[in-house]
Design a protein around this ligand. Structure first.
Ligand SMILES: [Fe+2]
Ligand SMILES: [Fe+2]
Ligand SMILES: [Fe+2]
Ligand SMILES: [Fe+2]
Length: 386
């Protein structure tokens, strides 16, 4: 721990080249930024409820390092990328990271939560891609590079549920697979960072349609954070949660070190993995002292298979065919647009289509069709075809 504070020179990382980088390198950068932001905010929350000065000092030291890691990671994004370009990359992360997690998740209820969410971020990608072409005259395929298809998912207008219907049942901390806990933390952190991003960058646009689309999708990211964070067992102690956070950071840096295509970025993942190992040891010490329990009792006996960014096209198409009309009622999944859903919709829409519909209508009016990139044939759902 004593060697982890970095000088400004060390923090002054060279950004990735937006035109020539591997899109999945950018996805890994965005993911790790979300993870580091969560590490920082979690540590702040713990600090606020912790009275022991010695523990607060240890947390502050690790937290400072987490902040420096966040700076090193997020500053890999290049200044010349526009907000919308980065937004499209955020939604690509949401699609291909959640897609991977859904495919690997061993628990059927948790898997359903990821399958449900991924179809919504998949639709956000399509809406933002249409906005991108309309106001920046560029195509989303420059960013996602054919790795992720761009076409309608569960239409964004249907994502606006009653807030109570965004809750889920948590996993049981005693019986859940360690991998399930890591999945929940990862997707929660990624969605939280997307929510924060839209909250802050949305008003940076002049065009009313852009401002409105960020407001609308920003509200859905709130729903997604609620959806995913409620999967985590609230009965976990603070120390247990700290250990899970640090272990997850180790897992993801290790995963990305194993799968990174850019050697300079790979070196950063490796450096950060080594730092996280020290954080994990410190967290385990705190858990032993304050919980009187062995961290080994809650952690995976070995690292699960590395989280891998790769295309999920077939998987998404199958989900579209089977789950596009699914919605939530309480903590369950249902097919019918129930009363609470309809009431929420009426209140929110005020008799007009939302920006997510308008952006497509406007795009069609101006350019004679919507923007989409279907690399695997026509859309699996008839009514969502061009
Ligand atoms: Fe970290
Ligand atoms: Fe999204
Ligand atoms: Fe989301
Ligand atoms: Fe950490």
């Amino acid at each position: 721990m004593e060697k982890q504070v970095r000088s400004w020179r060390e923090l002054n990382v060279e950004p990735i080249d937006p035109d020539n980088c591997d899109p999945y390198t950018r996805c890994r950068v965005i993911t790790m930024n979300g993870i580091e932001v969560e590490a920082v905010m979690f540590s702040h929350h713990l600090n606020r409820v912790c009275a022991d000065m010695e523990v607060k000092q240890r947390l502050a030291e690790v937290r400072y390092v987490e902040q420096q890691q966040q700076k090193a990671v997020n500053w890999l994004l290049p200044g010349q990328a526009s907000v919308l370009e980065t937004t499209i990359a955020y939604e690509q992360v949401a699609v291909d990271l959640t897609g991977w997690v859904a495919r690997m998740e061993p628990d059927p209820y948790l898997r359903q939560a990821y399958e449900f969410g991924v179809l919504e971020d998949f639709d956000h990608l399509y809406r933002y891609a249409n906005l991108f072409e309309m106001i920046e005259h560029r195509k989303a395929e420059e960013i996602v590079d054919g790795l992720t298809e761009v076409m309608p998912g569960r239409p964004t207008v249907q994502h606006h549920r009653h807030p109570a219907d965004n809750l889920n049942e948590p996993y049981d901390r005693e019986s859940a697979a360690p991998l399930s806990k890591l999945h929940a933390l990862t997707i929660m952190a990624a969605e939280q960072q997307t929510m924060n991003f839209y909250m802050n960058v949305g008003p940076q646009y002049m065009e009313p349609i852009a401002r409105q689309l960020y407001q609308e999708i920003g509200m859905i990211e709130e729903e997604h954070v609620t959806h995913y964070e409620s999967l985590v067992d609230p009965g976990e102690t603070w120390w247990e949660r700290l250990v899970n956070h640090e272990y997850n950071e180790c897992y993801l840096y290790h995963s990305f070190m194993e799968t990174e295509s850019d050697p300079k970025i790979k070196a950063i993942w490796e450096l950060h993995l080594n730092m996280e190992l020290a954080h994990l040891h410190a967290a385990c010490d705190l858990m032993r002292t304050y919980d009187g329990r062995d961290p080994e009792s809650i952690l995976a006996p070995e690292l699960p298979a590395p989280v891998t960014f790769e295309p999920n096209k077939r998987f998404i198409r199958d989900l579209l065919a089977n789950q596009v009309d699914l919605t939530k009622l309480g903590t369950g999944y249902v097919w019918e647009a129930h009363e609470r859903f309809e009431k929420m919709q009426r209140e929110l829409m005020g008799g007009r289509p939302p920006a997510s519909e308008e952006v497509i209508t406007e795009h069609r009016d101006r350019m004679g069709g919507d923007y989409r990139m279907e690399t695997e044939g026509p859309h699996p759902i008839d009514r969502l075809r061009q």
